[in-house]
Design a binder for this molecule. Structure first.
Ligand SMILES: CC(=O)SCCNC(=O)CCNC(=O)[C@H](O)C(C)(C)COP(=O)(O)OP(=O)(O)OC[C@H]1O[C@@H](n2cnc3c(N)ncnc32)[C@H](O)[C@@H]1OP(=O)(O)O
Ligand SMILES: O=C(O)CCC(=O)C(=O)O
Ligand SMILES: [Mg+2]
Length: 497
């Protein structure tokens, strides 16, 4: 943060400082715009779960749906409003969508949402071909319908649909009409994703100057991949709410993704709009419920968002992650990784081998790398493949081996007022018990047990359980043992098999 010349606290970032304090929140429309994604139909229960999570992570508004669309949409909006009333949703304002049509408004109003959002196209193409009205008729419909909704005692947002293709003077007239009819918010919709950041910023600067009596939302579609940039530009121009959906769902190419907008607001302006650490889980949930896969390359939540590949990159990241990361993955509850393949360099390879508990000499490392680069057909090498190569080069057994017999660790809790050592002695003579340790913590004794097969293991565990003084046991099967490497007397490495 820095001080502007006029003494106002400004926020920095690329292109900053901005001439005013940026104030912004998110409206999540996953349940309305998101369900307009071809192929998506959430169940009512899924919507309730998503709404609760959205409130928990801190979005300012939830656009719950357009109640007059279908019975299940009505039911979901009703129950989400009920959750707000019961305090399950604690903060988010619940918004119901509606055409500028009395029936839609009535159906929405009977549910008593916090706000009804009434949309109406304001571009000439929408007026002429969709609404088939003149500009004057449009203004009168907008005014009349907003007043009608206000008579039901509900707050109103007016959405100027296709605002970015509208004539500015008519858009301003529509906004004024909406304000005079009782709307306290106006959504400026870039309905076909046609705007550029500069044009959007100017548009919001003009609107906030020419009609400061309402607060403005930006609803940016992503047809040209500009939704996030346009949303940020709108905030710089004076918008105070950004419309988003989880994973950027929505009509055609969707709208600005919640996760990207939230990270960008923090990265560029230092503004926390939601609990970022939970957005990845929310994204996975919506991916599952929507059936729309998140591409690996998707920012923030994509599988590859924090995975590095080229040797130069990995070497840089190992020295300091800032070299190739715009923000730490921990911000969004994730961790970084890197792949091993023909693009790998020595540093990456050495780090990966060390992570696998394998130390090699400089010559061995060079030879392993040479062999890795020969496997150019593989998309990437799994740890298993790398260890196989390392075994070939070093001649040591490095891969985890499944145990030939069944091995288990058994924790034991003793009866109260019994001397633990007495119980431990009794247990130590059971055939199959190989090691006994008295331990601190929740349990009293830890046993290592070996058996030839499950039946025999069961017998050993039964014998432990029926030993006098044993109150409770918990058995963990050992799945595999990792070979440990030891230094020999000359400081060289040798591996136990
Ligand atoms: C850009 C956006 O995403 S805005 C949100 C759009 N949301 C939706 O479309 C929700 C899903 N839609 C639906 O379920 C249906 O279209 C309904 C229930 C809204 C309307 O269904 P129908 O009455 O069968 O009309 P249909 O969908 O065929 O056509 C839309 C009608 O609404 C009118 N209309 C469209 N937008 C508006 C508006 N903002 N205000 C008033 N009327 C409108 C159209 O002119 C057309 O009227 P017409 O039937 O007299 O020609
Ligand atoms: O209601 C809004 O703010 C936006 C409506 C919409 O989905 C759009 O214009 O793309
Ligand atoms: Mg939209």
């Amino acid at each position: 943060m820095s001080e502007c010349s006029n003494g106002v606290t400004c926020l920095g970032g690329v292109g900053g400082p901005w001439p005013r304090r940026l104030r912004v929140g998110l409206l999540d429309s996953t349940l309305r715009e998101g369900e307009q994604t071809p192929g998506v139909s959430f169940t009512v229960e899924q919507k309730l779960e998503i709404a609760r999570l959205l409130d928990e992570i801190g979005v300012s508004m939830i656009e719950a749906g357009h109640p007059n669309v279908a019975p299940d949409v009505y039911e979901a909006v009703k129950r989400i409003i009920g959750m707000k009333r019961e305090g399950v949703i604690r903060r988010a304002e619940i918004v119901a969508h509606s055409r500028a049509v009395k029936k839609d408004i009535e159906v929405a109003a009977e549910l008593e949402p916090d706000r009804i959002a009434i949309f109406y196209g304001v571009s000439d193409v929408h007026l002429k071909y969709k609404h088939k009205v003149t500009r004057e008729e449009a203004l009168s419909i907008i005014g009349e319908m907003i007043e009608y909704a206000r008579q039901h005692g509900v707050r109103v947002r007016f959405t100027a649909e296709d605002a970015t293709r509208a004539d500015y003077s008519f858009l301003l007239e529509a906004v004024r009409t909406a304000r005079e009819a009782g709307a306290d918010r106006v959504s400026i919709a870039d309905t076909v994703g046609i705007a550029t950041p500069y044009a959007i910023r100017r548009l919001f600067e003009r609107l906030t100057q020419d009609e400061p009596g309402v607060e403005y939302d930006i609803h940016a579609h992503n047809d040209l991949g500009m939704a996030v940039a346009n949303s940020l530009a709108a905030v710089e121009g004076g918008a105070t709410i950004i419309h988003v959906t989880v994973n950027g769902l929505g009509e055609r190419s969707g709208i600005a993704p919640l996760e990207q907008v939230a990270v960008a607001l923090k990265r560029h302006y230092g503004i926390d709009v939601v609990d970022l650490r939970r957005v990845t889980r929310l994204s996975r949930l919506v991916e599952r419920y929507s059936g729309i896969p998140v591409p690996p390359t998707a920012p923030v939540v994509g599988e590859n968002a924090f995975v590095h590949k080229a040797g130069v990159h990995v070497a840089g990241v190992l020295a300091n992650p800032e070299t190739y990361e715009p923000y730490p993955p921990e911000w969004v509850g994730r961790s970084r990784d890197y792949t091993i393949d023909k693009y790998t360099g020595r540093r990456a390879l050495q780090a990966r081998l060390e992570r696998l508990g394998v130390r090699v000499s400089e010559e061995e490392l060079v030879e392993i790398l040479r062999r890795v680069k020969q496997r150019s057909g593989a998309r990437w090498l799994r740890d298993e493949d790398l260890l196989e190569i390392a075994e070939e080069v070093t001649g040591r057994a490095l891969r985890p081996r499944p145990p030939e017999e069944i091995e288990a660790l058994v924790t034991v809790k003793c009866e109260a007022n019994i001397y633990t050592t007495t119980v431990a002695r009794r247990l130590s003579i059971i055939p199959g018990v190989e090691e006994v340790a008295e331990v601190t913590g929740e349990n009293d004794i830890l046993l290592r047990v070996r058996a030839k097969n499950p039946v025999e293991l069961n017998q050993v565990v039964e014998a432990i359980r029926s030993t006098r003084g044993v109150r409770e046991t918990y058995t963990m099967l050992v799945l595999r043992r990792i070979p440990m490497e030891h230094h020999d007397n000359n400081g060289r490495l040798s591996a136990s098999s």
